[in-house]
Design a protein around this ligand. Structure first.
Ligand code: ADP
Length: 196
């Protein structure tokens, strides 16, 4: 299954994707992680994106689409993968559709994790102290939240139009949220089995 996870920063996409990947046995593709790796390995790409990430801004669509395209070519993605933090703009969503269509694979599902902005900001500020991420400062957290609402949230409507969207309440413990996601995945598997 090819699944997109949408949701504001701090909502728990990474945590849930790791669990889902283990359950579904498909790779977890986090563009945030891939971009951070590029920064660590001090490549030209890394230097280009480091500043944008530190400011909480989006990396250009073409850069992100290139790294996703390259990742999707690897054989472990043949039967599916989970996209975490991608797509983040309409151009990226359209780009993903093109990449998958080129490989004759449809997107199966877009799961929107929905949370309360204020609670998420508090959660990220706590995480900032623990993880020491350069983009977890109060200013960048606010900027990432603003960008999410302006540029990424419209994708909820994009996927709803294609009947791919399922929304899950992400306020709760990681176990509670995972249980809700598991219900969606079971329903998806059942409906896919019927449509064959
Ligand atoms: P979060 O979901 O908490 O914001 P991520 O690890 O997904 O964290 O992303 C961290 C940063 O990496 C983003 O704020 C952005 O600068 C950059 N980034 C990650 N994915 C994308 C993407 N698909 N398009 C543009 N920028 C991205």
């Amino acid at each position: 299954m090819f699944i997109v996870l949408l949701g504001p920063p701090g909502v728990g996409k990474g945590t849930q994707c790791r669990r889902m990947a283990a359950e579904l046995r498909v790779p977890h593709i986090s563009t945030g992680d891939m971009l951070r790796q590029a920064i660590e390995s001090d490549t030209p790409l890394g230097r280009e994106v480091a500043e944008l990430i530190a400011l909480g801004r989006l990396v250009p669509d073409s850069v992100v689409l290139d790294i996703v395209a390259e990742r999707l070519e690897l054989p472990d993605c043949h039967d599916g993968c989970l996209f975490d933090g991608f797509p983040r703009t309409l151009a990226q969503a359209e780009g993903l559709d093109r990449l998958l269509a080129r490989q004759y694979r449809p997107l199966d599902l877009a799961i929107e994790l929905r949370g309360d902005d204020e609670a998420l900001m508090q959660r990220m500020l706590r995480r900032a102290k623990l993880e020491n991420r350069a983009d977890d400062t109060p200013t960048t957290i606010r900027e990432r939240m603003r960008i999410y609402h302006r540029q990424t949230e419209p994708l909820v409507a994009y996927y709803a139009r294609n009947y791919l969207l399922r929304t899950v309440d992400a306020m709760g413990t990681p176990d509670e949220v995972f249980d809700r996601i598991s219900v969606v995945l079971r329903q998806q598997r059942t409906s896919a089995a019927y449509s064959i």
